[in-house]
Design a protein around this ligand. Structure first.
Ligand SMILES: NC(=O)c1ccc[n+]([C@@H]2O[C@H](COP(=O)([O-])OP(=O)(O)OC[C@H]3O[C@@H](n4cnc5c(N)ncnc54)[C@H](O)[C@@H]3O)[C@@H](O)[C@H]2O)c1
Length: 343
């Protein structure tokens, strides 16, 4: 199968591209390296330096003998997207190519506007070019559980059956996003659902929990193939920051009022879900949604009473909930109970 990964230089995009290439698919990646520019803008960087995408593609070919085709370009530019689709002719598109940070989108007016223009316009370009060039291509789009917000009822997978004044319908589940980033994903979801309905495109929206972990079979093959680990306040998740604090032996810093509850997913599970969505595609005209997370964590931090390190901070982590939505899909559980094994 021919699979084009949009956002292929990113934390999830690069390991996904390698995973699919290793399984014999013809893989291409598209990226404009925007993430690397945002890092420079905010003066942050991943924990371990990451090779350029050109170097990683070369290293992948050296290590495995497999080629990943590289397209450098901005998804906001329609001509770029159409030309990549015409050249590569994908059977499946995996769309990770967005600004992925809620805190970044809330820094100021410019970043809020940028996030929505980048994400919504990029996805619209993908939909219009799919319609024109490869209408039978299946789209796998990364959404987020954050699209739903935190309602006081169980969250359904995309849709909810409602009885209202004696009539019944299945309608999109209410979205109460908590940032301009999450709202960009909500707008994407509506645009994709519309395109599936009117143009008969086929799409799977994967609403994933926060992804953790940096190790896959492929990233472990060579240090040049590693993916990024962020622990800064814009691109690092609270979980990543807790891991770094735990390993460094400094107190965990509470996020907000400390009351948030989030579901998490290991990077290997993320990639496996994407593969399953490609191999078991939506039908033409179908827009389907899967909510995916497997874990909740309990982080603890306390002062040591050990004679060797009296008063020093000790941190530990346990997973407290195990739950998979998307029912029959997967699951490989790859968690360890110590933060140091994740970084
Ligand atoms: N990481 C998570 O925990 C998580 C959880 C749920 C959903 N997601 C979603 O998955 C996707 C990927 O997340 P990530 O953590 O890998 O982010 P990332 O920032 O590491 O990767 C995104 C990639 O897309 C590229 N990109 C962004 N805008 C682009 C544009 N206009 N044109 C071309 N390339 C562009 C960036 O340069 C970057 O390489 C995002 O849509 C994110 O919202 C991530």
């Amino acid at each position: 199968m021919r699979i084009l990964v949009l956002g292929g230089d990113g934390y999830l995009g690069w390991p996904t591209a390698m995973y699919l290439s290793k399984r014999g698919h013809a893989v291409g990646v598209v990226d404009n390296f925007a993430k690397r520019r945002w890092e420079m803008e905010l003066n942050v960087e991943p924990l371990i330096p990451i090779r350029t995408l050109h170097d990683r593609v070369k290293a992948w070919e050296e290590v495995t003998g497999r080629r990943i085709e590289l397209f450098v370009g901005d998804l906001r530019n329609y001509a770029v997207v159409e030309s990549a689709l015409e050249t590569f002719r994908p059977d499946a598109l995996v769309h990770y190519g967005e600004q992925p940070s809620a805190p970044y989108s809330m820094i100021d007016h410019n970043r809020a506007v940028f996030t929505q223009m980048n994400n919504v316009a990029g996805t619209l370009n993908v939909l219009w070019s799919m319609k024109k060039v490869v209408p039978e291509c299946r789209l796998v789009k990364l959404g987020t559980m954050g699209e739903y917000g935190t309602p006081n009822i169980d969250i359904e997978e995309g849709f909810i059956e409602i009885d209202h004044r004696g009539r019944r319908d299945v309608l999109p589940f209410p979205k109460q996003a908590g940032s301009f980033y999450h709202l960009s994903k909500v707008h994407d979801s509506h645009n994709i659902m519309f395109a599936c309905r009117v143009w008969k495109l086929a799409s799977t929206d994967l609403n994933q929990g926060v992804v953790y972990g940096i190790t896959t079979d492929e990233t472990g093959l060579d240090e040049r193939l590693e993916t990024s680990f962020h622990y800064d306040e814009a691109f690092g998740t609270a979980l990543n920051r807790f891991c770094v604090q735990a390993v460094a032996g400094i107190p965990l810093t509470v996020y907000g009022r400390g009351g948030q509850r989030r579901g998490f997913l290991n990077i290997r599970d993320t990639i496996q879900c994407v593969e399953l969505a490609i191999l078991n595609p939506a039908r033409c005209g179908e827009y389907r949604v899967f909510n995916q997370f497997t874990k909740r964590f309990l982080f603890l931090s306390w002062r040591s009473s050990s004679p060797s390190r009296p008063g020093s901070w000790v941190s530990a982590c346990r997973s407290v909930t195990l739950r998979t939505l998307g029912s029959s899909w997967m699951n490989t559980i790859t968690i360890r109970n110590t933060p140091s094994s994740w970084i």
